[in-house]
Ligand binder design. Structure first.
Ligand SMILES: NC(=O)C1=CN([C@@H]2O[C@H](COP(=O)(O)OP(=O)(O)OC[C@H]3O[C@@H](n4cnc5c(N)ncnc54)[C@H](OP(=O)(O)O)[C@@H]3O)[C@@H](O)[C@H]2O)C=CC1
Ligand SMILES: CCCCCCCCCCCCCCCC(=O)OCC(=O)COP(=O)(O)O
Length: 322
C-alpha cells in the first residue's frame, strides 16, 4: 500500500486531529456566512413593500425607525399628534438619498394615543387608507420624574394611558384584521425599565412593566395565528424623552438628563430594531453592561438589587437636597 504523506506545518507533519479541524472550521465559517446571507435576504423580502405603522414618528426613535424602514422599502403609516411635524418627517424621508430598494411615499395619521376613541377611529382611517397592516410599531411614549409621595394619581394615569393603554388599544383594534389574514407582526418599544424599576420613575417603570407583561401574554396567544410579537427594551437613547417627561404635578420636566444625552444614538437603536423585526426576534435588550447586569441581578439576586436601588434613591435625594 502507498504511504500517505501528512501535510507539514512548522516543519512537523500534522496529526489527524489538526487535519480534520481546518476543513471543519472552514466549513462552519462558510455555513455561517451562508446562514447570514439567507437571513439578510429573508429580512429584505419581509420588509420590502410591507405596510408598517409607526407611532411617535415625529421625533427620536420613532423618526429614526421611519427612516430605516422607509429605506428598506416598507410602506409607512406615520402616526403622531402633530400633523405639521409628521409632514416634516415625510419631507425628510423624500429627501433621503435613494437606495437600491423601491421606496414609497408615507401616509400620516394624527391622533393622541391616550384617547381610546381617537385610537379606534385612527385604526379605521389606517385600514381604509392602506387596506391592512403587516407590522405595527408601538413606539410612542412619555417618561416621568418624581417621588411617589408627591405624585398626583392623575399623573400616574396619564403615563399609563400613553405608554400602556394606548399601545394596548391600538393593538387590539388592529388584531382582528391580522388574525383574519393569519399574518402580522406587533412590535412594542418598552425599556430596560420594563424589566427593572429604578427610583423616581414609578409611573414610567410601572407602565413599561405592564407593557412587557401584556405583550408577552399576547405573543403566546397569537402564535396560533402566525402573528409575531417583538418587545424592544432599550437603555438610554439620545432623544427628547427626558425633556418631554412629566413631573409629579404634571408639568414638563424640561431637562436633558446626562444619562439621556450620553445614551446610544436613535439612528443606531433604530437599526437594531429593524434587524430584530426582520429576524422576527421575540425580545431584544439594547443596553450597556450595567443595565444588562442590573436586569440579571433583579432575577438572580433580588435582595442585592433592592439594596443597590435603595442606595441609589438615598444618593439621588441627597444630591437634590444639596
Ligand atoms: N430615550 C430613551 O432613553 C429611551 C426611550 N425609550 C422608549 O422609546 C420610545 C420613544 O421615545 P423617544 O424617541 O426616546 O422620545 P421622544 O420624546 O423623542 O419621542 C416620543 C414620541 O412619542 C410621541 N407621543 C408622546 N405622547 C403621545 C401621545 N399621547 N399620543 C401620541 N403620541 C405621543 C411623541 O409625539 P409628539 O411629537 O406629539 O410629542 C413623540 O413622537 C418611548 O416609548 C420610550 O419610552 C425606551 C428606553 C430608553
Ligand atoms: C454584580 C454587579 C451588578 C451591577 C448592578 C448595577 C446596578 C446598576 C443600576 C443600573 C440602572 C440602570 C438603569 C437603566 C435605565 C434605563 O436604561 O432606562 C431606559 C429608559 O427608559 C430611560 O428613561 P428615563 O426617562 O428614565 O431617562
Amino acid at each position: 500500500m502507498g504511504h500517505i504523506r501528512k501535510p507539514i506545518y512548522k516543519g512537523k507533519p500534522m496529526d489527524i486531529t489538526s487535519m480534520a479541524i481546518i476543513p471543519l472550521l472552514l466549513g462552519s465559517l462558510g455555513l455561517f456566512g451562508l446562514y447570514r446571507l439567507l437571513q439578510r435576504l429573508r429580512t429584505r423580502a419581509y420588509l420590502q413593500d410591507a405596510v408598517v405603522v409607526i407611532t411617535g414618528a415625529t421625533s427620536g426613535l420613532g423618526k429614526e425607525c421611519a427612516k430605516v424602514f422607509h429605506a428598506a422599502g416598507s410602506r409607512l403609516v406615520l402616526c403622531g399628534r402633530d400633523k405639521e411635524r409628521l409632514q416634516d418627517v415625510v419631507r425628510e424621508l423624500a429627501s433621503m438619498a435613494k437606495k437600491t430598494n423601491k421606496t414609497h411615499k408615507p401616509h400620516t395619521v394624527t391622533f393622541d394615543l391616550s384617547d381610546t376613541e381617537a385610537v379606534a377611529s385612527a385604526v379605521g382611517e389606517i385600514l381604509k387608507c392602506v387596506g391592512h397592516v403587516d407590522i405595527l410599531i408601538n413606539n410612542a411614549g412619555i417618561s416621568y420624574r418624581g417621588t411617589i409621595l408627591d405624585t398626583e394619581v392623575d399623573v400616574d394615569r396619564m403615563v399609563m394611558e400613553t405608554n400602556y393603554f394606548g399601545p394596548v388599544a391600538l393593538t387590539k383594534a388592529l388584531l382582528p384584521s391580522m388574525i383574519k389574514k393569519r399574518s402580522g407582526h406587533i412590535v412594542v418599544v418598552s425599556s430596560v425599565q420594563g424589566r427593572i424599576s429604578i427610583p423616581f420613575r414609578s409611573a414610567y417603570a410601572a407602565s413599561k412593566h405592564a407593557t412587557q407583561a401584556f405583550f408577552d401574554c399576547l405573543r403566546a396567544e397569537v402564535q396560533q395565528y402566525e402573528i409575531e410579537v417583538t418587545v424592544v427594551c432599550p437603555g438610554y437613547i439620545q432623544t427628547n424623552l427626558s425633556l418631554n417627561a412629566v413631573t409629579a404635578n404634571g408639568s414638563r420636566y424640561g431637562v436633558m438628563d446626562k444619562n439621556t444625552a450620553e445614551g446610544r444614538t436613535p439612528e443606531d437603536v433604530a437599526k437594531v430594531v429593524l434587524k430584530a423585526v426582520g429576524e422576527k426576534k421575540k425580545e431584544v435588550l439594547i443596553a450597556g453592561l450595567m443595565p444588562t447586569l442590573a436586569v440579571y441581578l433583579r432575577t438572580l439576586i433580588p435582595k442585592l438589587f433592592f439594596t443597590l436601588m435603595a442606595a441609589r434613591a438615598k444618593k439621588e435625594r441627597k444630591i437634590k437636597d444639596s
